[in-house]
Write a protein that binds this ligand. Structure first.
Ligand SMILES: Cc1cc2nc3c(=O)[nH]c(=O)nc-3n(C[C@H](O)[C@H](O)[C@H](O)COP(=O)(O)OP(=O)(O)OC[C@H]3O[C@@H](n4cnc5c(N)ncnc54)[C@H](O)[C@@H]3O)c2cc1C
Length: 248
């Protein structure tokens, strides 16, 4: 089915580090969606309409946020990086995708694992009351290469305080020393037992639901680790323990 486009306007552009940025697009008319779903974002070029899917990093509203990384030699992202405030940008009217709390199992602890811009869907979820009403504790693990890539930390630390420690934020930084959190990769943080030590919770079928999003290698490796612990992918007709969103 042809995508219905809404012409939005770039309201704000926040740069976290070189090539890592958040665009806030004013695009009233996007249909109601659930945090974790994605929209198509794109530009009408003379030769074609160039668009890609992006998780919305904010709940439904007239202004929507997208957390994006500029991919070297990428077709669209260098053009998105160059956009200036006030310029027009197309957003699809209808969101899609099942990486949402409705499709995630209930448990005591919700583990949110994301690399790079795989943080985006979790920001949208944390800004919505549902996650706080559903899970006792939330452990958000953000894997990045450099400290400067740790976006949204002020907001995350605010939630940790506001919700009385129910959110545990664990930065995992592979190429620099993390002041708190873990130095290395998410898989190493799990394998070494350090992540569970920091969180004070176990990743196990009895208490945990896991969402993971971002780099395909991390997803494959973590899936394997979870399977080894007796956890299974959650499916509509076959309840399990974890759900996955692949960006590429
Ligand atoms: C459901 C879904 C949600 C997505 N949400 C986001 C999002 O919130 N933020 C975001 O930045 N991207 C997101 N993506 C990826 C996005 O759709 C594009 O693939 C990406 O922006 C590259 O577009 P491009 O035209 O510049 O690169 P292309 O010319 O299409 O090149 C694609 C290549 O870029 C690399 N790549 C793609 N995405 C990333 C990434 N996030 N980080 C590092 N390398 C990448 C991969 O090597 C991929 O093969 C999402 C993808 C899917 C399927």
């Amino acid at each position: 089915m042809a995508i219905q486009w809404i012409t939005g306007t770039l309201r704000n552009r926040k740069v976290w580090s070189d090539g890592l940025f958040t665009l806030t697009i004013h695009c009233p008319g996007v249909l109601e969606f659930e945090p974790g779903q994605f929209l198509q974002v794109g530009l009408p070029l003379p030769e074609k309409h160039l668009h890609r899917p992006y998780s919305v990093a904010s709940p439904h509203g007239d202004d929507l946020e997208f957390f994006i990384v500029r991919v070297e030699n990428g077709e669209l992202t260098p053009k998105l990086w160059d956009l200036e405030i006030g310029q027009e940008i197309d957003v699809s009217e209808k969101a899609t995708g099942g990486f949402t709390l409705s499709h995630t199992p209930r448990a005591k602890v919700l583990w949110l694992l994301g690399t790079g811009t795989g943080l985006a869907p979790y920001i949208a979820m944390l800004r919505d009351p549902k996650i706080w009403d559903t899970y006792e504790r939330i452990v958000l693990v953000h894997g990045v290469r450099f400290l400067a890539d740790l976006a949204y930390t002020d907001e995350l630390e605010r939630y940790s305080k506001a919700y009385d420690g129910r959110l545990i934020f664990v930065p995992v930084v592979s190429r620099a020393l993390a002041a708190h959190g873990f130095q290395g990769r998410i898989t190493q943080a799990i394998e070494s037992g350090k992540l569970e030590q920091i969180a004070g919770e176990r990743i196990c079928p009895e208490t945990s639901a896991v969402m993971m999003c971002g780099n395909p290698q991390m997803l494959d490796d973590v899936e394997q680790l979870l399977n080894d612990r007796g956890m299974r992918k959650h499916r509509r007709n076959e309840p399990g323990h974890y759900v996955v969103e692949r960006y590429w």
